[in-house]
Design a protein around this ligand. Sequence first.
Ligand code: MEV
Length: 477
Amino acid sequence: MFKPIGFPGAMLSEVLLVSAPGKVILHGEHAVVHGKVALAVALNLRTFLRLQPHGNGKVDLSLPNIGIKWAWDVARLQLLDTGFLEQGDVTTPTPELVEKLKEVAGLPDDCAVTESLAVLAFLYLYLSICRKQRALPSLDIVVWSELPHGAGLGSSAAYSVCLAAALLTVCEEIPNPLKDGDCVNRWTKEDLELINKWAFQGERVIHGNPSGVDNAVSTWGGALRYQQGKISSLKRPPALQILLTNTKVPRNTRTLVAGVRNRLLKFPEIVAPLLTSIDAISLECERVLGEMEEAPAPEQYLVLEELIDMNQHHLNALGVGHASLDQLCQVTRARGLHSKLTGAGGGGCGITLLKPGLEQPEVEATKQALTSCGFDCWETSIGAPWCLHPLSHLPGQPSPASPGWPLRGAHDTAAPPRCPFLDYFGGCNSPLCCPVGAQLLTLLERPQPLGDAGRALQSQRWDLQRHGLRSASSEAS
Ligand code: MEV
């Protein structure tokens, strides 16, 4: 018999609310798919998943950002021969398996790619994780994201991490880390490793051959170095100010990754050295960031800028540039600033390093110039001291004494833990880098009043009330 979840005595004990962040890659995108190093930081734009067990014999999946609502009969799914899901702890989604899942899903032929991949990743994780249960659970799942889709900020990874974390928790493969009175908490290192492994499989369904860096940073949070599944924290990165710009040009990571692979196969003598050079750029950046911890010097910023320029040229040579990204680089270059794409490229997002000493009017003028190109632009920071807390928990590092660790306020280590779900509605709209990774939240009874930023984002917001979530917007209206 499927058991309701949650901690005893809690008002909303049957609702599970999971959140995971997006990411920015500093260096190493694409090269990381070929075994090279990538440096990445978590972003304070998050995905939220609400899971509610229900008794109507259905599995409901709603993804309001992309207008998806799907429902399957549990009894029908139960009768399926899921023998195609190999036995074992974490199964790998082969192309044949994904084809079988398409039959199970009942996806129409004209189904949009994004929709079909999101549904397939869900079904894959649901059937794989929950099949150990005597009966598949009847669940209502809603996933909503602050992350722009297909912009290189790790929206699919945050989706996979949320799904993996929620399904593993509901199936009691990992414990619910929330104790009485907790607003938010995280899982133990071992639990996060399991979440990350499953999230990687979800990413494989969506992207085919991902490196795993996106799900790793979404699971662990903070600033990290990733190479072939090995994750370690960046040693005390200095606080760097950056502009994060979304060109709003849609692109497809799977296609871009396949394009680089084809170029490597076609011109191995030319492309392999580019990947090696990007690897060296990541290592040099890591070294310089490490040196900058104490007292960052102007020469070190010059090195970071050179590394950004070189990598951007390499990424163009790999074929993942785009006219919009060239425009971004030109606009910032004209103001003495250096930019590169972040993520898969082909449009999507770029980052621009802001040197210390840059006057705020100059920053504002640059943001204005980028906005005039039709881009969205945020000023944000990487490597503030508080981001080191979650990283003490990374694999190969000492675990905290108690399971999980207390969540620090994103802006102030001394602040009491705040629920980022409420931060969103309360008006925290800075996509500040390096926040914590996957976490479990409690829905609070008294949401905060809607702030300016909350109102600004309202256009993207779906009707939480409709999905049974209390929100500040419902109070405000
Ligand atoms: C996408 O965020 C990063 C890529 O390197 C792909 C991957 O690592 O799987 C382009």
